[in-house]
Design a protein around this ligand. Structure first.
Ligand SMILES: *Cc1c(COP(=O)(O)O)cnc(C)c1O
Length: 366
């Protein structure tokens, strides 16, 4: 039995008829860019995030940099982010000409170590990007407090955290703005690229839309030189269908996580910690094991695919070598990068599959 790391086909099979009908409708109407499905999705997704506004864009990376741009963050400014995240978080900062300032992560939750943020704040700091890594919100109270003290913006990188909650508040309405990705493998995934900025700040929402639509509010009247970043009609139609199932799928992910914990307890495997009063949506189920590369290879030999998120902390990646941040600067991120292992995680994963994964893993590790 081969168990894939992600099984998008299983999910497609469960909603195939609805998807086909919706896509057919878009083709019939030729509502390829903009249109009712896009408007409907923006309204529904804002509501899902308990926020006032949603501006759809072409992908999650655009959502991040357009938000920074709309906040007038650029050359000479610094933005704080965790060292362990997907590279897009840092790329958004460099895309607007600002400088990324890294912070190590917490030993239990893998999100940014909030007690290490203050030391990194300078005259130039303009914002903190709190990444809700693996589907769990960062510890937002201390982040919001530090930001208020220093007059900084807080941006949630919620690309992995659709429906996650922090003390009863949904990702998307905690900071000044939240950025989502609808990349196919994300918890709410399109059948192509997609992204959104969600915020309660009307000015910011308008500014992001303005920037993402060639700097125009009225067609062919361009007030500034903007950009082109839009969600297309086909993707919006698909997302409208999938949004109906997201809660059901999230609950299935949470149940799968619980099963993993039960079946792997009393082993040497280290589990992800769920922060109290928070809803982890398990975009990924990331464990830690010694000799990770050997364990991963052995699992693969026995038909179980896994992932590594992420093998290299960003400050050590080739792309950001020029920052000159030496090895040893963020010891937790650097040490954990050698031990992190993401197990298969999706709503359609069966109990038998999880048992098989856990039995095999225990056999290899213990
Ligand atoms: C996926 C992801 C992004 C980027 O989203 P894209 O839609 O792929 O551009 C940004 N941040 C994090 C944490 C992500 O996981």
């Amino acid at each position: 039995m081969t168990i894939p790391f992600l099984d998008l086909q299983a999910q497609y099979r469960s909603i195939k008829d609805e998807i086909k009908a919706a896509v057919e409708q878009i083709f019939e109407n030729c509502a390829f860019i903009g249109g009712q499905e896009v408007e409907r999705f923006e309204k529904s997704f804002a509501q899902y995030c308990q926020a006032a506004h949603c501006v759809s864009v072409a992908n999650g990376t655009d959502a991040l940099w357009l938000t920074l741009k709309a906040m007038d963050i650029g050359p000479g400014d610094e933005v704080i982010l965790p060292a362990n995240t997907f590279i897009a978080t840092a790329e958004a900062i460099t895309a607007v000409g600002a400088s990324p300032v890294f912070v190590d992560h917490d030993i239990d939750t893998y999100t940014i170590n909030t007690s290490a943020i203050s030391d990194k704040i300078s005259e130039k700091t303009k914002a903190i990007i709190a990444v809700h890594l693996y589907g769990q919100t960062a510890d937002m109270d201390p982040i919001l407090k530090i930001a208020a003290e220093h007059g900084l913006k807080v941006i949630e990188d919620a690309a992995q955290a659709h429906g996650a909650e922090y003390k009863g508040i949904r990702a998307g309405s905690i900071g000044d703005a939240a950025c989502f990705s609808f990349y196919p493998g994300k918890n709410l995934g399109a059948y192509g690229d997609g992204g959104a900025v969600v915020t309660n700040d009307q000015n910011l929402a308008e500014k992001v839309r303005f920037l993402s639509q060639h700097g125009s509010k009225v067609k062919y009247i361009h007030e500034i030189a903007g950009y082109n970043s839009r969600l297309d009609g086909v993707q919006a139609a698909i997302l409208n269908i999938k949004l109906k199932y997201i809660e059901q799928w999230t609950e299935a992910r949470r149940k799968n996580a619980e099963l993993y914990r039960n079946l792997l307890k009393d082993s040497s495997i280290v589990f992800p910690t769920e922060r109290e009063h928070c809803r982890h949506v398990y975009h990924l189920f990331v464990i830690r094991v010694k000799n990770r590369d050997v364990v991963q290879r052995n699992l693969l030999n026995r038909g179980i695919q896994t992932g590594i998120h992420y093998p290299t902390p960003i400050h050590l990646s080739e792309a950001y070598r020029n920052l000159g941040i030496p090895e040893g600067s963020f010891p937790i991120s650097e040490d954990y990068a050698k031990e992190l292992l993401s197990l298969p995680m999706y709503a359609e994963l069966s109990e038998d599959q999880i048992k098989e994964i856990c039995d095999t893993l225990r056999d290899i590790v213990d």
